[in-house]
Every structure is written in structure tokens, then in C-alpha cells.
Design a protein. Structure first.
Length: 511
């Protein structure tokens, strides 16, 4: 009887062992690490009860190897093999506890890559992943064994620096910036990986993991907003961060509920002295924050996938306004700024055709502008789309010219009508001889390849006269007029001498 009972026990244990082996091998219905570890522990116990030492040793070794792999997978990022957010939290908790016990300091850096989304949108996620892996390798190579570099998700990284003060933390940030200063070659394509880094320190900026992460994140966005490379957390920046979160939340509703409006800044032809066009500039009448300029929310729209929706609204409004002005006998072109995201939007050209047909407007009445930097992000695709836009009859311009690195061979082949000199060169050109020389060179270059030149940022009469002397074609800036509502612009066109007299006549009148 005892023999039968013992055989039944061994049979039961063997059956349970077989079931657990199957579960351990396949992971079926075992989705969490704790449950896998519990299952494997029970499996080892049954093997020990069964009394098969050889089998126990072999399976034990295999399970221990699986344990190590599972633990590693649970605590490391699958793409870069860096520690993940969970392990960063653990290391940060440990570092904070050590700093408290020893009366020491600790620094946390949060870093992300500027304009990384453009890489994914333009070249695809495969290229983006390869870039992230290379960035991870470079940054991790700068750290010593006490430091932790983790991927928090997407293109965001966290770095824990134990026993580190402000000077040492900023030194690490500068090393990272220098290491990523050069372009990175990914499958033959040269890509930029410029980071923005936020720094928060214990005990100055917080005493727990969540607070330090939040404040390093605030500092990172401040560095990105001001193009500083890195920034140390300051209390005054936190309201800005809350404001930013509010803007992100409210932006989609603003686009869909008529909180946006367009202002128009005149573009004056320097040969005739008359206004021949206006640039449409978006404003947001926020119900709580007042009127906001595009610098506060356009970048947010790009980062959070709302830029196509916003551009649709701006284009529709500008085309409708153009139709209204034509009905009033006002014949001026309207310029609209595009984002590189618009060029990759499926159906963008068809949407433009529908807008023109609905308003009965000729495409030549609308000018589309793209910044030089955005153009260079994917020159071949931009050239292809610009050729189609040109064939449709749109006037085309390269905005902020002089800030990028355009190839002259591309520039000559691009079907653009105008180059808009960046205002940073125009604003103080009457005092800065180098800027004046640069502006003259751009004007000569543009004319030699058959392009008109627009100078933005004209702030005073000296700059205006110098531009006219250099042969610039069109001027735009606060000296001529600030951006105005559509109704105000109509009134300005009737009252201003720029609408009825030549430029030389106006200059003589104010002398």
C-alpha cells in the first residue's frame, strides 16, 4: 500500500513538473516577472522532491540563466540595452538614500534630442532607431561605472550622477554636447543629434525621485526653448512648464473653436514703394492667457502632431481673406508659412486644390514659405513637392535664408521665386558692416540666379535706405508696419503712403 502511495506521489509530482516545464519554456500565461520567478521556484522544489539530482542540476542551471535574462529584460531597454525607466528609478532611489545618509549631493540629467521627430517622419523609424542606438553608445561611453544612463522612452534619456555638485554636473552636460556636436552617419545619411539637457540637483531642487525628475524635465524644456544646450533648474521656470502643459492641452480645441486668428504684415516693393503682398501670421486668443504669438505654440503643434491641422486652418483662412480683398479691389498676395511636416502629409496638394477651387482664387495669389533649415532636412523630397506646387501656380519662397547651409546647386534648381533674408542679418545691418556685406552678397546671389529678395526685420529708416541702395526688391518689418488684423490692414493701405506713393516720395516727405 505504501509502495502504491509513493508511486502515486511521484506520478503526481512528475505531472506537475511536466506542466511547469512547459509553462517555464513557453511563457504561456506568465506575463510578469514575479510570476515567472514564482513558477520557476516551484519547479525547482518539485525537482528536489522528485530526487533526481542530475535533472535538478541541469534544469536549475537553465532556469538560473533564464532568471538572469528575464531580470535583464525587465530592467533594460530592448533597443539600446541601456537601463530603462524602472532601473533608473531604482538607482536614483539608492543614490538619494546614500546622499541622505552621508550628507552628500546628487545630480539628475534629463536629455532629449532636438527635432528627432523629423528624422522619424522623414526617414522612417528604422533610421530613427539606429540614431538612438548610436547616441546611446556615445553618451554611455562618457560615463564612469558609478553613473547610470537610462532610456526613459522615445528620444528621452535620464542620467544619474551620484556624489555630484553643480559644477561637475554641468561639466558632464558639456561633454555630452561636445560628443554629439558632429553629425552622425546612419546608413550613409548624415544626421544631427543635438540634445537639450535639463539638470536638477539634490538637495537644492528636491528630495525625492519624482520631484527631481519633474524639475530636470522642466529645465530640459527651458534649454530647448531658449536653445541653450543645457539648463539648470530654476524655480521661476516651473510656471512656464505648467503654462506649456496647459497650452498643449488647450491647443487642439483652440484650432477647432475659432480661438486662432491671422494678422497680416505688409511687404513693400522697394522699386515702386507700394505694398504688393502681406505675410499671414497666426495669433491665439487664449481665454485665460490672453493673446499669444506663434513662438509660444507653433513648435508645440509640431511636437504633438497638430501642425497639419493648424496649417489647414491658416491656409483656409488666408485663401478666404484673399478672396474677400479681391472683392474689395485689393490685389495683394498672401504668404503662408509651411512646416516640413506639411510636405509629408498625404493628400496635402489635393487639399490645396480644393481650397483654391472653393474660394475661386488663382494659386498665384498665394505664396508658400518654407525655412531654409527645414528645406535642408530633406532637400530631395522638398524639391519634389515644390516642383508640384510651382506647377500648380503657387509662388514659393525660402524663409530665414542665411541661417542654414543651402547647396548652391540645389538653390539654382529649386523652383522658388523669392529668398527671404533672415531678420538677424537685417535688423542691425546699418551698424554692423559684416551683416551689410552678407546681405549684399545674398542679394547679388539671388539676382544672379533670377530670384527676388525680401528683407525681413526692417526696424529703421537707415536699414530701409541701405536695402534700397543695395538693390533689394521687397522690405518687411516694424518700421513699415507691424502685423495687423485684416480690417486694420485695409485701413492702413488706404491711409499709408506705401499704398499710394513711391518710396522715394515718402522718404522726401519725412526728410
Amino acid at each position: 500500500m505504501n509502495s502504491i502511495h509513493t508511486r502515486l506521489q511521484r506520478l503526481f509530482i512528475s505531472g506537475a513538473l511536466l506542466a511547469l516545464l512547459m509553462l517555464a519554456g513557453t511563457g504561456y500565461a506568465i506575463d510578469s516577472l514575479p510570476l515567472r520567478l514564482l513558477t520557476d521556484g516551484v519547479l525547482l522544489l518539485l525537482l528536489a522532491l522528485l530526487g533526481t539530482r542530475t535533472t535538478f542540476s541541469v534544469v536549475s542551471e537553465r532556469l538560473q540563466r533564464q532568471h538572469r535574462e528575464l531580470v535583464h529584460q525587465a530592467l533594460h531597454d530592448a533597443l539600446t540595452d541601456l537601463p530603462n525607466r524602472h532601473l533608473l528609478y531604482n538607482r536614483l532611489d539608492q543614490g538619494l538614500q546614500l546622499a541622505v545618509n552621508q550628507g552628500g549631493q546628487l545630480a539628475l540629467l534629463v536629455m532629449d534630442l532636438d527635432r528627432f521627430k523629423e528624422v522619424n517622419d522623414t526617414l522612417g523609424h528604422h533610421q530613427g532607431d539606429l540614431l538612438l542606438k548610436e547616441v546611446s553608445r556615445k553618451v554611455a561611453g562618457l560615463m564612469n561605472k558609478d553613473m547610470t544612463v537610462a532610456r526613459l522612452g522615445g528620444d528621452e534619456f535620464g542620467i544619474v550622477l551620484p556624489d555630484t555638485d553643480t559644477d561637475s554636473a554641468t561639466a558632464v552636460a558639456r561633454r555630452i554636447l561636445m560628443a554629439l556636436e558632429q553629425q552622425i552617419s546612419i546608413e550613409g545619411v548624415q544626421l544631427e543629434a543635438k540634445p537639450s539637457i535639463g539638470i536638477a540637483l539634490f538637495p537644492q531642487h528636491g528630495g525625492d525621485t519624482e520631484t527631481l525628475l519633474q524639475r530636470a524635465d522642466v529645465a530640459m524644456y527651458q534649454a530647448k526653448h531658449n536653445k541653450l544646450g543645457y539648463c539648470i533648474y530654476e524655480e521661476t521656470h516651473n510656471p512656464h512648464s505648467r503654462r506649456r502643459l496647459q497650452l498643449i492641452t488647450d491647443l487642439r480645441a483652440a484650432i477647432q473653436s475659432d480661438q486662432l486668428m491671422l494678422h497680416y504684415q505688409p511687404k513693400v516693393d522697394l522699386h515702386s514703394g507700394r505694398t504688393t503682398g502681406a505675410e499671414a501670421l497666426v495669433r491665439w486668443h487664449h481665454p485665460d492667457l490672453g493673446t499669444l504669438g506663434p513662438e509660444e505654440f507653433v513648435e508645440l503643434a509640431e511636437e504633438h502632431g497638430l501642425i497639419n491641422l493648424m496649417t489647414d486652418w491658416v491656409l483656409g483662412e488666408a485663401i478666404h481673406q484673399c478672396r474677400q480683398w479681391q472683392n474689395q479691389g485689393i490685389d495683394i498676395t498672401i504668404a503662408v508659412n509651411l512646416s516640413p511636416h506639411n510636405l509629408h502629409e498625404p493628400g496635402f496638394l489635393d487639399k490645396l486644390r480644393e481650397m483654391l477651387e472653393l474660394a475661386s482664387i488663382d494659386a498665384s495669389q498665394i505664396e508658400l514659405e518654407l525655412t531654409e533649415t527645414a528645406m535642408m532636412t530633406d532637400m530631395n523630397h522638398a524639391m519634389e513637392v515644390f516642383r508640384e506646387l510651382s506647377a500648380m501656380g503657387f509662388r514659393l519662397a525660402i524663409d530665414d535664408f542665411g541661417t542654414g547651409m543651402s547647396s548652391l546647386s540645389y538653390l539654382k534648381r529649386l523652383p522658388v521665386d523669392e529668398l527671404k533674408i533672415d531678420k538677424s542679418f537685417v535688423t542691425d545691418m546699418a551698424e554692423d558692416e559684416n551683416n551689410a556685406v552678407l546681405v549684399r552678397s545674398i542679394i547679388d546671389l539671388a539676382h544672379n540666379i533670377g530670384r527676388r529678395v525680401v528683407a525681413e526685420g526692417v526696424q529703421d529708416r537707415d536699414a530701409l535706405e541701405l536695402l534700397e541702395m543695395l538693390g533689394c526688391d521687397v522690405a518687411q518689418g516694424y518700421y513699415l508696419s507691424r502685423p495687423r488684423s485684416a480690417a486694420d490692414l485695409v485701413e492702413w493701405l488706404h491711409d499709408s503712403s506705401y499704398g499710394v506713393r513711391t518710396m522715394r516720395e515718402r522718404l522726401r516727405a519725412v526728410s
